[in-house]
Design a protein. Structure first.
Length: 343
């Protein structure tokens, strides 16, 4: 029903406006007595074979909602009804910022893809904390943190520290985002020296807490072999708890969408089906380099149940969806979980 009737109607309108419209509907639905229970009954799927344990956390299933969908933690309770094993909020920055100019979100239906150049639009970490304090769901929450657009790279570590401290008591794990292509010069922080500095400072703060929180790094799919080797070195040096592979790509090769349309859209990160193989290649490399037990969250190009299986076969410990959730609809997570439980 979703793909035949609802999606064609939604796809007639501006993607970002529809995103906010859908959020409004979900928020309203959450106020109706019994509605959350009904959603869980329809979309949640539990099975012993789905349970996972990584970096000290017990996941009821391996399917998460990727960062970017609920940046400001506005719909944690509602989204938890759709069967996710964990939800990642953000990217959150110390200060709220509007992000890049609109339009900044574009669909590529012929490629089952999206292009976005949102630019870390969010209300700031403190607003998210207020909402997290009020949530009723027990779903595991990841806090994806970044720097403000106007913060120079040499001071970026301060932004990550501020966001880390503010969120510490309210999330279950952290993700350092230096791989978005939509904040000027952000990806330069993936270089070995600045990245090691940021992660090392966060680990110092982390180790001062009564109980440390898992610290993960989200990387781009466009890294060179040398850069990937540096990431592996950093993981070992800083003792990271896991990696998320991968963010969106800036590459436009092999798309069905016309060059004319792509030029009109302009810059931004590409997600969806075209990222699948690139993401899987990075995951395979990381798995071989870091061993069988190192936690890797695979994200990028999971548009079908088979794509989810492929991601895990490539070496992902857990997986996240975003674009596939938009294209396939609210029953997508349940379909994946049912398949994984049968393997």
């Amino acid at each position: 029903m979703y793909k035949l009737l609802i999606r064609p109607i939604l796809f007639l309108f501006d993607p970002e406006k529809i995103h906010h419209f859908t959020f409004g509907l979900l928020r309203f639905a959450g106020t109706i007595p019994g509605k959350k229970w009904a959603l869980k009954l329809i979309f949640d799927y539990k099975h012993k074979n789905l349970e996972r344990e990584f970096f000290g956390l017990k996941f009821p299933n391996p399917i998460g909602l990727a960062a970017g969908f609920d940046k400001d933690a506005k719909l944690i309770d509602e989204l938890s009804c759709f069967g996710f094993g964990f939800i990642e909020i953000g990217t959150l920055t110390p200060k709220g910022q509007p992000g890049n100019e609109k339009p900044r979100l574009f669909r590529l239906p012929a490629d089952q893809a999206l292009i976005n150049r949102m630019g870390f639009n969010n209300g700031g970490v403190e607003e998210a904390v207020v909402r997290l304090r009020k949530r009723s769901s027990s779903v595991l929450i990841g806090g994806n943190i970044g720097k403000n657009k106007n913060t120079p790279n040499e001071e970026a570590f301060k932004d990550y520290e501020i966001a880390f401290e503010a969120l510490f008591d309210h999330v279950d794990y952290f993700v350092v985002n230096v791989s978005s292509p939509n904040t000027p010069n952000l990806r330069a922080l993936q270089d070995k020296k600045p990245l090691t500095e940021i992660l090392s400072k966060l680990q110092v703060l982390n180790n001062q807490k009564p109980k440390v929180k898992p610290l993960l790094l989200k990387i781009a799919p466009d890294l060179s072999p040398d850069q990937l080797a540096d990431i592996v070195d950093i993981v070992k040096e800083v003792k990271l708890d896991g990696l998320i592979a991968t963010n969106t790509t800036i590459v436009r090769e092999g798309l069905t969408t016309s060059n004319e349309k792509l030029e009109k859209i302009g810059a931004g990160g590409l997600s969806g089906k075209p990222v699948k193989d690139k993401s899987n290649e990075v995951i395979s490399y990381l798995r071989k380099s870091l061993g069988d037990d190192f936690p890797i969250i695979g994200v990028g190009g999971i548009m079908t149940v088979e794509d989810a299986v492929d991601k895990i076969m490539a070496g992902a410990s857990l997986i996240q969806v975003y674009t596939g959730f938009i294209y396939q609809g609210p029953g997508f997570v349940k379909s994946i979980n049912k398949k994984l439980a049968s393997l």
